[in-house]
Structure formats: structure tokens, C-alpha cells
Design a protein around this ligand. Structure first.
Ligand code: SF4
Ligand code: SF4
Length: 103
């Protein structure tokens, strides 16, 4: 999940999407974060052994709401770098949205 709406109707709005946060448990990985950044994430949302956010199936536990309807990241300010890098409309975004039947 990247950001709020851009105002461009051609660019999907993360707040009514959330697809990339529920596409694969392998996506929300912690690779670039230092100890300080990881400490900002509640431990119950971390899967330390796997080195990523804790997931239920493929859905990140930090995701709130319903995919394709209304969603938000419950740790938005502390979310992993990989989540910040996913931009609305990029290849990963398009793949995740297609998986959930979102145009
Ligand atoms: S799949 Fe794209 S539009 Fe949806 S939350 Fe992720 S970055 Fe935003
Ligand atoms: S940490 Fe937030 S932005 Fe990253 S996958 Fe989980 S819900 Fe999405």
C-alpha cells in the first residue's frame, strides 16, 4: 500500500484497494529496515522467523478493511520499505489488483 489518492482517475486509490497487502505472504518482507524501524511495528504483527509481516493466509495482518472496498494499513507510518515502494499503477500493483478482479 503506497499512498492516498493522486486525484488522477487513471491511477487506482489505495484506500479502496489493499490488493497488494493481501496478494502474497512473501511480499511484506523486512529487508532494508534497521532495528529502530522494526521496533515501531507491534510485535504481534511481525513474523520474526519468516522475516516479514505476520500474515493470515496471504493477507498481511496489518491490513484493515475489505479488499476492493475500503482498506487501510494499521501501521501506515511504520510500514516496511517494500510497502512504500509499491506505487499505484506499477506492475506489482496491476498484478495484485488483477488477482482480486479489480480493474
Ligand atoms: S495494489 Fe496498488 S492501488 Fe492497491 S493498495 Fe497496492 S499500490 Fe495501492
Ligand atoms: S504493512 Fe501495511 S502496507 Fe505493508 S502489506 Fe501490511 S497492510 Fe499493506
Amino acid at each position: 500500500m503506497a499512498a492516498a489518492a493522486t486525484g488522477d482517475p487513471a491511477v487506482p486509490d489505495c484506500r479502496i484497494c489493499g490488493a497488494c497487502c493481501a496478494y502474497s505472504r512473501e511480499w511484506p518482507r523486512l529487508t532494508l529496515e534497521d532495528d529502530e524501524a522494526i521496533a515501531r511495528i507491534p510485535p504481534r504483527l511481525l513474523d520474526d522467523a519468516a522475516g516479514r509481516m505476520r500474515c493470515e493466509g496471504d493477507r498481511c495482518l496489518a491490513l484493515a478493511g475489505e479488499v476492493g472496498v475500503a482498506t487501510s494499513c494499521s501501521i501506515y507510518e511504520a510500514r516496511p520499505e517494500v510497502c512504500r515502494a509499491c506505487e499505484p499503477g506499477d506492475d506489482a500493483c496491476t498484478m495484485a489488483r488483477a488477482h482480486f478482479g479489480l480493474g
